[in-house]
Each structure stands twice: as C-alpha cells, then as structure tokens.
Design a protein around this ligand. Structure first.
Ligand code: NAD
Length: 334
C-alpha cells in the first residue's frame, strides 16, 4: 500500500535535495503518493504568507511530512515557518543523530551521538519586546510539562534504540529556575529508567567535550537553543551540514528535515549535498515501519561513500545529480 506523505520542497537548495530524495526513495522501492505543498519565501510573494493554511492541513491529514529548508524573510514581519510548524503541530521532540560516514574524515572515528532537542519553547517562543528605546527583552519560557515530556522521549528513545546513557545539557548554575526545572524533571524521569545511565553536564563544558572527544557522548537531551547550537557543532564534527538529518516528532504528526538551511550561496548550482535530507527520509521510513527500504538506502549510502563518490562540500567533485545516480545504482544492487 502506498503511503501518502506531505512534501514541502522549501526554498534555496530545498527543491534540488527534495528531488534527489524522491528519486532515492523510488529506487528503494517504497510506494509514496506525494502531497506536494509550497511554503516559504517564494510563496510569501504570491500569497502574502510563508505558510498557507493548506500546508498545515496537509501535514495534519497525512501525519507525516518530508520538508526542505525554508528561509524566513528578515525584517518583513514574517514569522519563521519552521517555528510556526513546530508549535502549531506540537512537534515537541527534535531528534538529530550525529554520525560519521565512511570516507569522510570525521574529527573522531565512530562518532555516534543523538541530540534530542526540546522544540516548542525556550527563547524560540518568540516572546520579545522593546522595554524602552535601546533596551530589548527576550523571554526564556520553560515549563515543567515540556521538560518532563522531552526527558521521557529521550529515555524512551535510548531504551528503544539500545543506547546506554542519556546526558542532560543545561546551564542551571546560572539560570537556576528555568534550567533548574529541566534538571529537576530529568532527575525524576531518570528514576523511572534504571537501565539507562543518567548524566548531567553544563552546556559550555558539553561544547568543549564534544570538540575534545565526541565519542564519550551517547544521547543528549536539552533545551531548544542549546540543542540548535550543539547540533551544528555536531555536524561540524562529522563532515558538515550536508549530511546531518533530523526529525520533528509530535503526538499527532512527524516532520522530517535536514539540519541545514537553504544554503543561498550554492542554490541553483546543482552542487548541494542531498545526504542530509536522504538520511532524514531514512528516519521517516523507520517511523513508517518501512525498515527494509530504510536499510537498503543506508547500505547504499555506505557503499557510495566507500567508493569515494562525494559532493564538493565533502571534498569530492560530484554534483547533486551524479551523487544521486550513484546512490540509486548502489541501492539497486543492495
Ligand atoms: P545554511 O545551512 O543554509 O548554510 C550554511 C553553510 O553550509 C553554507 O555555506 C551552505 O552552502 C552549506 N550547506 C548547507 N547545507 C548544505 C548542503 N546540503 N550541501 C552543501 N552545502 C551545504 O545556513 P544559513 O546560511 O545560516 O541559513 C540560510 C537560510 O536558511 C536562512 O534564511 C535560515 O533562516 C534558513 N534556515 C532554515 C532551516 C530550516 O528550514 N530548517 C534551518 C537553518 C536555517
């Protein structure tokens, strides 16, 4: 039976990497009816909104979406589509596996961290005001409900995926109330999961640990802002933004998207690395219980990288199309 999935190609390199990902899913033999929806800067000019109502309705209806990056026009009064989607659909857990791939020189061999980032509140709630001319205030909103929910997700994920340790990343030594709430919730949830080792680290120390020896980390659970920064740091450790995937998980729906943005500097040049969105699609296939097709793509990616076919961001010479063709061929033989 075919899955009906919302596809939001997005802006910049989005349509290029989305097209590559569709081809790869087809090569893996998954039957998908794509419900293609436009959102982002291009739509804003035509429709006066970056997120037309039918896009949200489509994700609500199909429950699963694959999404390209979307740019937010700066200073034009548009809200970020990404933040709006996450809040409107209550996509509370942002899961970002940071893994090294063969043939790409990572800083550390065998890096395998999963960052579970709270996706709905913190400084991203967008609660900002000018108190007086020259003085701006941004509200960091943290609730016990969201902290407990994200910690439960991280421990459940660790158990489900056979992981050993969950580390909470915080700054409760300074933000005793807000980050203190995360720490308290983490400790309570940890007690219910005796098979998983709990660990605590302050965010600045975590950044240093990741750069010095990323392999000491397993699953990380953290707030929205720290998670955003640490996942880009993690991407840098394993070869850059071109390869790191992500999933936004909620109770009603899940939206799969790469960590990277619209990459305006390379958009339209046919050189974008589609691996990050392809790996996001692999996460989507696991979510849909299409494990055989997911493994086929994973094996195909390993073969393609082992053979040295790489896009320019990874020091290779393949364009998006050449890389995708090589991958589809490897999947065909997997
Ligand atoms: P970016 O991720 O778009 O680009 C950073 C650098 O990484 C650039 O040099 C780019 O060429 C490179 N890069 C990123 N993805 C790549 C890929 N797949 N292949 C090869 N190289 C790649 O970050 P930015 O420049 O800070 O942001 C650009 C726009 O994207 C902004 O409007 C931002 O708001 C938006 N953005 C959207 C999302 C999202 O939709 N989830 C996430 C981050 C940024």
């Amino acid at each position: 039976m075919a899955h009906t999935i919302t596809l939001i190609p997005g802006d910049g390199i989005g349509p290029e990497v989305a097209d590559a990902t569709r081809r790869v899913l087809e090569a893996a033999g998954v039957k998908i009816d794509w419900d293609v929806q436009e959102a982002g800067a291009a739509v804003a000019e035509k429709r006066g909104t970056t997120l037309p109502d039918e896009v949200l309705a489509s994700v609500r209806r199909n429950k699963v979406a694959l999404k390209g990056p979307i740019g937010t026009p700066i200073g034009k009064g548009f809200r970020s589509v990404n933040v709006t989607l996450r809040q409107a659909l209550d996509l509370y857990a942002n899961v970002r596996p940071v893994r090294s791939l063969p043939g790409i020189e990572p800083r550390f061999e065998g890096t395998d961290i999963v960052i579970v980032r709270e996706n709905t509140e913190d400084l991203y709630a967008g609660l900002e005001l000018m108190i007086m001319p020259g003085v701006a205030q941004s509200m960091k909103l943290i609730t016990e409900r969201a902290c407990t929910r994200i910690c439960e997700y991280a421990f459940d994920y660790a158990e489900r995926m056979g992981r050993k340790r969950v580390t909470v990343v915080h700054k409760a030594n300074i933000m005793k109330l807000s980050d203190g709430l995360l720490l308290e919730s983490f400790r309570k949830v940890a007690q219910k999961h005796p098979r998983i080792e709990p660990a605590e680290v302050i965010v600045d120390a975590c950044a240093m640990n990741m750069v010095r020896n990323a392999n000491k980390l397993d699953v990380i659970v953290t707030e929205n802002l720290y998670g955003d920064i640490l996942s880009d740091l993690g991407a840098g450790l394993v070869g850059g933004l071109g390869i790191v995937p992500g999933a936004n998980i909620g109770v009603e729906a899940a939206v799969f998207e790469a960590v990277h943005g619209t990459a305006p500097d390379i958009a339209g040049k046919g050189i974008a690395n589609p691996t990050a969105l392809i790996q996001s699609a692999v996460m989507m296939l696991h979510h849909l219980d299409e494990h055989t097709a997911a493994s086929k793509i994973e094996r195909g990616l390993l073969t393609t990288f082992e053979r040295g076919t790489r896009t320019t961001d990874l020091g290779g010479s393949a364009g998006t199309d050449e890389f995708t063709r090589a991958l589809c061929e490897a999947i065909g033989r997997a």
